[in-house]
Design a protein around this ligand. Structure first.
Ligand code: 3EB
Length: 342
């Protein structure tokens, strides 16, 4: 039986899970792997150093396509692609870069990662960046007088600008999280040949318009991206937190932050369903990654999300979040397959 066209996402506990059809796998992100996994059979493997909660076996986020995929490499970017979409990943250790005067090692690593990412999109001809995941060690730590997340934002924006890419509007959905100290900067991404619809949240100021109190350079991401392909529609919801307007709400209150985050996701779903057609996506049918700053908050977040989301697929990870006052951040993916609906 052939898989339906379009993208597929599975969270599995083994990279060789039988549900994963090797020929159609685009790429894998592994969370908290016990040992080096590396690229296997030419399948790009983004190794992310964020512990899975509760501390247990590693989890593999497996992206695949409804058609056979081909592997490639450009510089440090490992990628795999079909005629429609490309999955890529790159890891750069700060110890391996040589920053220009005035730049930090994280800025140099970010600049290199984004330069190689953009070059891959150009040479392989996948002009539309759909979704980007960024994991940087010690995201909230200050160095050279600036928080590392803000350093990352400056370097990301400069690199995208240097490659002639949009800084507002047509910018990908994204997540940016902390990772364990001394791990490399890891970026993985999906790009396509068809333009997606980019979606903003009417309850929030667009991140690319955040005022300067959050950093000299705004983060470059859309709140969500909606990709329509023959036979399926994919909704990528960016990392979403307890932010209304541009302010963090419910400082110190994990339950209230979790609920506010779900309200933001509901607002994005309403926008997406308006674009995709009546009720294409429901809260309970998305796959979620929940980033928890303090592992001790896990039970209360789990209870709150069980009430709010129903029988949704949830993966919990321990990670620092890009604002010190945020305790939880949630990203989500929805895939509506017409074959399944029929
Ligand atoms: C926020 O809404 C929370 O810098 O790429 C969420 C998703 C956040 C992506 C990024 C940051 C990013 O501002 C933080």
């Amino acid at each position: 039986m052939r898989a339906p066209m379009g993208l597929h996402l599975a969270y599995v506990s083994r990279a060789d899970d039988p549900a994963v059809r090797a020929a159609e796998v685009l790429g894998i992100a592994s969370f908290d792997p016990p040992a080096a996994v590396g690229a296997s059979n030419g399948i790009p493997m983004a190794q992310i150093h964020t512990p899975v909660l509760p501390r247990a076996a590693p989890v593999y986020e497996v992206w695949s396509a409804g058609s056979p995929a081909a592997s490639g490499q450009r510089g440090r970017v490992h990628f795999r692609r079909t005629d429609e979409v490309l999955f890529g990943c790159i890891a750069i250790a700060e110890a391996e870069v040589d920053p220009a005067p005035g730049a930090t090692a994280l800025q140099a690593a970010t600049a290199a990662a984004y330069a190689e990412l953009c070059a891959t999109l150009e040479t392989e001809d996948y002009p539309h960046l759909l979704r980007v995941w960024n994991y940087l060690p010690d995201i909230n730590r200050d160095s050279n007088g600036t928080e590392r997340y803000r350093q990352f934002n400056a370097a990301r924006q400069h690199a995208l600008q240097a490659h002639g890419r949009a800084l507002t509007g047509s910018v990908p959905a994204a997540s940016a999280l902390g990772a364990e100290s001394a791990s490399p900067l890891v970026v993985y991404f999906l790009a396509g040949r068809t333009a997606p619809h980019f979606i903003e949240n009417p309850r929030q100021v667009s991140a690319y318009h955040y005022p300067p109190e959050y950093g000299t350079h705004s983060p470059v991401f859309s709140r969500a991206a909606l990709l329509k392909q023959p036979g399926s529609t994919t909704l990528f919801i960016s990392g979403t937190a307890s932010i209304v307007g541009h302010r963090s709400l419910h400082v110190g209150d994990t339950v209230a932050q979790t609920r506010e985050t779900v309200s933001n996701i509901k607002a994005l779903l309403a926008e997406a369903n308006r674009r995709a057609g009546q009720r294409a996506f429901e809260l309970s049918s998305l796959a979620y990654k929940v980033y928890v700053r303090r592992p001790a908050d896990l039970p209360v977040i789990e209870r709150t999300l069980a009430q709010e989301l129903g029988p949704a697929q949830l993966l919990y990870l321990q990670a620092d979040i890009c604002r010190q006052d945020l305790l939880v951040e949630i990203e989500a993916t929805g895939i509506q397959s017409l074959a399944k609906a029929a």
